[in-house]
Design a protein around this ligand. Structure first.
Ligand code: PHE
Length: 357
């Protein structure tokens, strides 16, 4: 290679090495090998070289061109590697940082409904009472004025459990929350104001009945608690719970062995659209009445001195009505997709327009 070519090569290779980024490198390539580049110009001048030197000059120019092209490729690869390294460093995640807490888990509509019921009755001075799911048949039936062979026992499709209580009584899965009325009376002296939400069981299973479901019981005992108190509490509760201040409520004469008189309570709705509060149809929502003297006696409460009211309501029923849930079965299937769609965020507080707080 002649001196002029060697000088051009050294100069160009130095520029290749000095190129700090891909744009600078491309400028070096254009200056050497581009259409008007230095090497290209020398190639074009080959025709003017004396024929006996042309072959050697041509080979030298090709070697020069190859050397520059190889240096360009190597430098480009190095610059690209460096660019990738820089990007990887810049985009690095510090996986040792503690994660922000993601909202996880929602409140099941049954739990949420119980919370709302407790909040509304809590504002009226009721406290929560509890009883066991496996109940003594005396508390589930006898103490509630449902003797053995009473037809109401058949209505309840009772699950009987093996074994007996220490008193020798049969054990049942409670068919309603009403035994908690008796437990509450036996546990504390009157006056009493309790509600008792919880699981109940009946051997019933179809699209609208589950063998396990939930009820909430209410019991108020005082010296002069009357039917007017019952009606006032129930109307206030239903209007607060459903958030409809003028919700129509109807009390309809009925029969329960443990209350006298007894009333079923209906709310106004539209049977066709499911809309609550208007539409001219009635929907039964709960059972209620004045506690029967025999029930007071079974609870150790003197019925000549005390009287009161009780009510019982299905929780699934009111949860479905309030939230437009049409199928009962998913309540118990633990399907995460249903729970995500239907559950409640703990931080969302229900607006219970009670006017009571
Ligand atoms: N225990 C009744 C039922 O399960 C409801 C009820 C409770 C009715 C209290 C009146 C008083 O159907």
């Amino acid at each position: 290679m002649t001196d002029d070519l060697a000088a051009l090569r050294d100069e160009t290779l130095a520029k290749v090495e000095a190129a700090g980024d891909l744009a600078a490198l491309d400028a070096v390539r254009v200056a050497a090998l581009g259409k008007n580049g230095a090497v290209t110009a020398l190639m074009k001048g080959l025709g003017a070289v004396a024929p006996e030197q042309r072959k050697e000059r041509g080979a030298a120019l090709n070697a020069l061109k190859d050397a520059i092209a190889a240096a360009l490729d190597a430098r480009r690869a190095a610059l690209e590697d460096a660019a990738l390294d820089a990007r990887l460093a810049a985009e690095r995640l510090d996986i040792t940082l503690p994660p922000r807490p993601a909202p996880e888990g929602l409140i099941h509509p049954i739990s949420r409904t119980i919370e709302e019921i407790v909040a509304i009755f809590g504002a009226m001075g009721f406290t929560v009472a509890e009883g066991p799911d496996i109940e003594d048949d005396w508390l589930n039936f006898g103490a509630l004025n449902i003797p053995a062979h009473h037809p109401a026992r058949q209505d309840h499709d009772t699950f009987y459990m093996p074994g007996r209580t220490p008193e020798g009584r049969e054990k049942v899965l409670r068919t309603h929350t009403s035994p908690v009325q008796i437990r509450a009376m036996l546990n504390r002296p009157p006056p009493i104001r309790v509600i008792a939400p919880g699981r109940t069981y009946r051997a019933d299973h179809d699209a609208t009945h589950s063998p396990m479901f939930h009820q909430v019981e209410g019991l108020a005992i005082g010296r002069d608690i009357t039917l007017a108190h019952l009606k006032g509490c129930i109307v206030d509760f239903l209007r607060a719970f459903f958030g409809i201040p003028d919700l129509p409520v109807r009390f309809r004469s009925s029969y329960f062995p443990f209350t006298e008189p007894s009333m079923e309570v209906d709310i106004g709705w539209n049977r066709r659209t499911g809309e609550l509060g208007r539409g001219g149809d009635w929907l039964e929502i709960l059972g209620s009445g004045m506690v029967h003297p025999k029930v007071l006696e079974a609870g150790g409460v003197d019925h000549t001195e005390w009287q009161g009211f009780a009510f019982g309501m299905g929780i699934e029923r009111v949860a479905m009505l309030k939230h437009g849930i049409t199928d009962l079965r998913p309540f118990y299937e633990s399907d995460i997709r249903w729970l995500r769609a239907t559950g409640f965020r703990p931080e969302d507080v229900a607006s219970l327009a009670t006017g009571l707080n």
